[in-house]
Ligand binder design. Structure first.
Ligand code: FES
Length: 64
């Protein structure tokens, strides 16, 4: 079954899959990397905790 994508950054309409791709494919390893690559978390900042969580989780789960 296909995993449902999740809207993480409402301000810039950035989905979880885009953040994961930035980490896995583009080598982003910090919040700042993800902000400059995807623009997620660059407006109100309300999604930053979620981005940091996804970052840690993805790095751990994929042994990056
Ligand atoms: S929800 Fe991501 S910057 Fe506002």
């Amino acid at each position: 079954m296909e995993k449902k994508d999740q809207l993480v950054c409402v301000c810039n309409e950035i989905y979880r899959s885009a953040i994961e791709n930035a980490i896995v494919k583009d080598g982003c390893r910090t919040l700042e990397d993800i902000q400059s690559k995807t623009s997620a978390g660059t407006v109100c900042g309300g999604c930053i905790d979620e981005i940091v969580y996804i970052l840690k989780e993805t790095i751990r789960d994929k042994n990056l």
